[in-house]
Design a protein around this ligand. Sequence first.
Ligand SMILES: NC(=O)c1ccc[n+]([C@@H]2O[C@H](COP(=O)([O-])OP(=O)(O)OC[C@H]3O[C@@H](n4cnc5c(N)ncnc54)[C@H](O)[C@@H]3O)[C@@H](O)[C@H]2O)c1
Length: 384
Amino acid sequence: MKTIKVGLIGTGYIGMVHLEMLRRLGGVEVAAVADTNADLAKVAAEKFGISRVYESADELIADPVIDVVHNCAPNNVHFDINAKAIRAGKEVLSEKPLALDSRESAELLALAEKHKTLTAINFCYRYYPVVQEAAARAQRGDLGDVRAFVGHFLQDWLFFETDYSWRLDPKVAGKANVVADLGSHWCDLVQFITGQKIVEVMAELHTCLPKRRKPKAGSLSFGAGEAGESEEVDIKLDDYASLFLKLENGARGNFTTCQAAAGRKVDIELQVFGSKESYAWSHVHPNALWIGHREKANEIFYESSLQQAEGTRKYAALPTGHPMGYHDAVFNLFRDYYEAVAAKRAGKPYRATFPDFRTGHEMMCVIDAAVESNKSGRWVKVGK
Ligand SMILES: NC(=O)c1ccc[n+]([C@@H]2O[C@H](COP(=O)([O-])OP(=O)(O)OC[C@H]3O[C@@H](n4cnc5c(N)ncnc54)[C@H](O)[C@@H]3O)[C@@H](O)[C@H]2O)c1
């Protein structure tokens, strides 16, 4: 079988995670990387033994050797890179959020459908084995009708005034920061586990730190507040948000997110309450699913390659008791995606079970609704 050739754009934080996990896949080779920061691209290429190094996304997309483009650049260039890669006949795996707003994401979805592109978006948290287990249980009816859901996604890497990121600059991040960055992941988990779409949103977005020190030399994601020269800048985007949400079956939920919550690193929690039982998942203990009952003892289900719902066992690849982690979740998503890419290339049937540009567009519509609701102070229906 011919090796699938990948070109990766953006060798910053998440680009390096992609490169690590692509290395674990059989039949896939990273043939090129591109980054506007030539030094970063060279470091990545040397580390992973990649021969072609480009200083622009356009050069990589124009390379006829490349079959699949991974877009790991910041949000403001997602639309341009994804659209160009689709038009060039590549398959595309993009980082989230899919674009700057739902107008752009709708255009990308239409373009991908027109070109029959196999797309994916890296909503990786749904690929923890017990998150898959929760979704499989809900799908086979164990949960019953979802009635309510609550949770949060908290971090502290923007706690200090000296912490700065392009995520706080609307020109690079878009109309929202934390509700797009973390909220999109959490809302994807809700839709994935419940099988229900989010249809209405009431939101408050807030900026805890309205002034920050921006390093003059620029900064990469998740770096500690740097000691070098900096300038004071006004921050307009949210580092805190609270959302009330409605699902299509009328279930109600609420969600809070913040990147200035001292001590909380990647604290994701989601509880889903159904008419038969409840599920709770926490990223602080990501290998366990709490299953709640009214009339018998509650359960803690540990990820298991033997005991999970059959279709989800492959995601818990190690013998029970050896925990899977964030890298494995990303790998699980990539493996599903590349199985489909390989099948498509071989002219065989495949099922796109992974999140794709439709999912990405749905999340952009939720983010847009949250931004609009914050302005109007009213419930806003999620667009399509
Ligand atoms: N799925 C996840 O869990 C997850 C986690 C982190 C980041 N992300 C997403 O990944 C994207 C990148 O985030 P990050 O944290 O890695 O950022 P980062 O700042 O660490 O890295 C971005 C890289 O892209 C490069 N770049 C910028 N513009 C470019 C262009 N036009 N062409 C080529 N390269 C360009 C930068 O030089 C930098 O090296 C964002 O959209 C973010 O939301 C997703």
